[in-house]
Design a protein around this ligand. Structure first.
Ligand SMILES: *[C@@H]1O[C@H](CO)[C@@H](O)[C@H](O)[C@H]1NC(C)=O
Ligand SMILES: *[C@@H]1O[C@H](CO)[C@@H](O)[C@H](O)[C@H]1NC(C)=O
Ligand SMILES: *[C@@H]1O[C@H](CO)[C@@H](O)[C@H](O)[C@H]1NC(C)=O
Ligand SMILES: *[C@@H]1O[C@H](CO)[C@@H](O)[C@H](O)[C@H]1NC(C)=O
Length: 164
């Protein structure tokens, strides 16, 4: 009888457990939530290797084929408001840097970038095209100086390197 009761109680308890869990999730959802999609549009049609990170949030190195998207989703930590990425491709192993999301600069919640050799272009919702183009940051130090309050060290496209 005791073990039979256990099977009756468990289905009654589970919905309560889930209700408590989802309440917790909803509380987190009140932070601004941003999604950034990055399109490989290299004119050479090469693979694009990228590595995006913010302080306390290293998304690791990823390689995407031409015309594919990389999604950097749910950046919802209020204290993590600056994401930097490095990019490289086979014919140019130089790391090219850009701040992909900067809370002080960006107003988008669904942000889109198109990556080309000459530099990244952000999607402009006013013109509905990728015409908000940026020069590559020549080095990470320069990328860091774009914002005053958020010190981020994206180091390079090497996952073993830590933030300072
Ligand atoms: C990608 O680049 C090609 C030219 O190389 C251009 O025709 C195309 O519109 C670009 N894709 C997007 C989504 O802008
Ligand atoms: C949010 O940011 C704080 C401080 O920067 C950090 O300690 C915490 O781990 C972060 N949380 C998540 C979920 O990234
Ligand atoms: C690699 O990229 C850098 C920065 O955009 C550029 O200055 C350099 O000329 C490129 N090298 C080659 C071999 O294309
Ligand atoms: C990555 O970092 C490790 C440790 O610092 C180093 O030994 C390695 O050469 C680096 N790899 C690249 C591709 O930079």
């Amino acid at each position: 009888m005791a073990s039979f009761a256990k099977y009756l109680i468990l289905p009654l308890l589970l919905p309560m457990v889930f209700a408590i869990m989802f309440e917790g999730v909803e509380a987190i959802e009140t932070y601004p939530k941003v999604a950034v999609a990055i399109l490989n549009n290299l004119t050479s049609h090469e693979d694009l290797t990228l590595h995006c990170k913010a302080e306390h949030d290293d998304r690791g190195e990823h390689t995407i084929q031409y015309d594919d998207l990389y999604n950097l989703n749910s950046l919802r930590n209020l204290t993590v408001s600056l994401y930097s990425c490095s990019f490289r491709w086979a014919s140019n192993e130089t790391l090219h840097y850009i701040n992909i999301y900067n809370e002080e600069r960006d107003t988008c919640y669904d942000c889109y970038w198109m990556i080309r050799e000459g530099g990244p272009c952000a999607f402009n919702f006013d013109t509905a095209s990728y015409d908000n183009c940026h020069a590559w940051n020549s080095n990470l130090q320069y990328a860091k100086t774009l914002t005053s309050n958020h010190g981020v060290d994206a180091s390079n496209a090497n996952a073993s390197i830590e933030f300072d």
